[in-house]
Design a binder for this molecule. Structure first.
Ligand SMILES: Cc1cc2nc3c(=O)[nH]c(=O)nc-3n(C[C@H](O)[C@H](O)[C@H](O)COP(=O)(O)OP(=O)(O)OC[C@H]3O[C@@H](n4cnc5c(N)ncnc54)[C@H](O)[C@@H]3O)c2cc1C
Length: 478
């Protein structure tokens, strides 16, 4: 011990527990770092209590001397600063960790194909790092391609509509309400039901709405198969139809699932062939574009099928008016067609709440970067699916392939990383040509589709897809 200069010797001999320890605490407080303190004690508990306290506080116990007469000497060096610095460092680290662990509030607007997939994928990636809230007015999740089957009584609403709540893990909050306004500056969402929800990140996936009110001539006599009720009503009308002209037309562009109306025309052909009354039914299909189907490579095949099936098609037919009394449909281009039954794709628009929130203009389509899927001019906001203005098909597969991109980019930001995922415009589609046969098309921004041969196998895939959709696609498992 000759190396140490003892600054204080505490004589606590005769003092009972906790006297010696209290004396030591007092001395440690009074001395400087590095000072050496000798503590003399006779209390039998000292050799146990004093080392335990020193270990906890970090002061250095150099030596304990026991002179075997019941007298102990503890030689202590005050080392408080190191311990203090260490504690400060740990606190800082903890605070930083807590900062990283801060729970990000993510709102997903709409629980359809895109919203359900993106919320599931976000939960999988972020777990407790995010509080995910999905807002939807009903949480009834329809399998929309199914109406092409229910219009021929091959599906029912019961088989096509699932309880959307069951497609989310319990950790995702579900708010059954419609979004009324997004206050982008304050990062708040207001609902029709009067709730206000905060967010750090928001995903817009409220799809498109059917804007019947924009076609002043639309009334009950015009059939459609874009809603579940409309498809059921059409099934009755197709059954009861005794013959005449059926026109399948498109009220306005853009509309979801570009193949659907021409598929409907071909399936109607098949339906009346099987009913053995095809000769009594004239089928006319109108396209607003200069060809029957938008994508040229696929159109060649589509027009070939229409010809083979004796379905007339009129191109550059943009609907101007429908006289439902006289049963005539007029185009802006100057054509008119008499009909007995009119089946029409309803006009589509984006949602009013997006216009009211200053996110979208005009028809309500969301200005969206086609690769990053960020909403243009907005902070921490992404969009996918039918509601965007991206120039690709409004299709479930578009939403499906967009969901992982948004989930990856939000997750990266939450974890303090750079968002890098890019949507390449991938779309896939089974293209029905009759009940029992289908084409398959697959394309992206840079690769136009090369339609597969029309085969039964693609039909079977189409049928298999519905259970796969609810199990794997909507739930974000694939
Ligand atoms: C007849 C038909 C056939 C089709 N066939 C195919 C096909 O073969 N292949 C294919 O890929 N796609 C097909 N589609 C298209 C496909 O169903 C849609 O493109 C897809 O569902 C779009 O997903 P989304 O998430 O953008 O919108 P949606 O799935 O429509 O979901 C939108 C959700 O937003 C909710 N919502 C609406 N307003 C609000 C609000 N204010 N606040 C909160 N939530 C709101 C709605 O309740 C809904 O749940 C077809 C569609 C139809 C109609």
């Amino acid at each position: 011990m000759t190396d140490y200069t003892v600054k204080e010797t505490i004589d606590a001999r005769g003092s009972m527990c906790p006297g010696p320890l209290m004396e030591l605490v007092r001395a440690i407080k009074e001395h400087e770092v590095g000072d050496v303190i000798d503590l003399l004690s006779t209390d039998a508990g000292s050799p146990k209590d004093i080392p335990a306290w020193l270990e906890k506080t970090g002061h250095h116990l150099v030596e304990i001397r026991d002179d075997e007469s019941g007298e102990f000497t503890h030689i202590v060096v005050k080392k408080g600063e190191k311990k203090k610095r260490e504690r400060r460092r740990r606190r800082k680290e903890n605070a930083e960790e807590e900062g990283n662990d801060m729970v990000a509030k993510i709102i997903v607007v709409g629980a359809g194909t895109g919203g359900t997939a993106v919320a599931n994928k976000l939960h999988k990636k972020l777990k407790s790092k995010a509080e995910i809230t999905v807002v939807d007015p009903t949480f009834k999740h329809p399998y929309q391609p199914g109406t092409l089957f229910s219009m021929f009584r091959r599906e029912t609403q019961k088989s096509l509509i699932k309880d959307g709540r069951k497609l989310f893990p319990k950790a995702v909050n579900l708010v059954e309400d419609a979004v009324k306004l997004i206050k982008t500056e304050e990062k708040k969402v207001e609902t029709v039901g009067g709730k206000t929800l905060d967010y750090d990140y928001i995903v817009l996936s409220a799809g498109a709405r059917y804007a019947f009110e924009t076609a002043e001539w639309w009334n009950e006599s015009i059939h459609e198969f874009y809603t579940m009720d409309g498809a059921d009503k059409l099934a009755d009308a197709l059954d009861d139809f005794n013959g005449g002209t059926i026109v399948v037309s498109i009220a306005d562009i853009p509309y979801k699932c570009p193949p659907a109306p021409v598929e409907a025309a071909m399936l109607i052909d098949d339906f009346y062939k099987k009913k053995k009354m095809r000769d009594k039914v004239k089928i006319v299909y109108t396209s607003p574009l200069s060809r029957a189907f938008s994508i040229e490579t696929t159109n060649i095949r589509v027009e070939q099928y229409l010809k083979e099936k004796n379905i007339e098609w009129l191109t550059l037919f943009n609907v101007e008016d429908v006289d439902t009394e006289e049963r005539v449909i007029y185009s802006m281009e100057g054509d008119d067609i008499d009909y007995d039954m009119l089946i029409m794709v309803p006009p589509h628009r984006g949602h009013q709440f997006l216009i009211d929130s200053g996110i979208a203009k005009g028809h309500g389509w969301i200005p969206t970067n086609r690769e990053t899927l960020e909403v243009e001019g907005q902070e921490n906001m992404w969009a996918l699916g039918d509601g965007t203005n991206i120039a690709t098909s409004k299709a479930g597969s578009t939403a499906h392939y967009s969901a992982p991109v948004i989930a990856a980019n939000i997750a990266a930001l939450v974890k303090g990383q750079e968002p890098k995922a890019i949507y390449d415009g991938h779309v896939q589609c089974f293209f029905l040509t009759e009940m029992g046969k289908s084409m398959f098309i697959d394309f992206n921004y840079s690769k136009p589709p090369k339609p597969s041969p029309t085969r039964k196998i693609w039909w079977w895939f189409k049928l298999l897809f519905k259970p796969m959709y609810f199990k794997l696609v909507a739930t974000g498992k694939v």
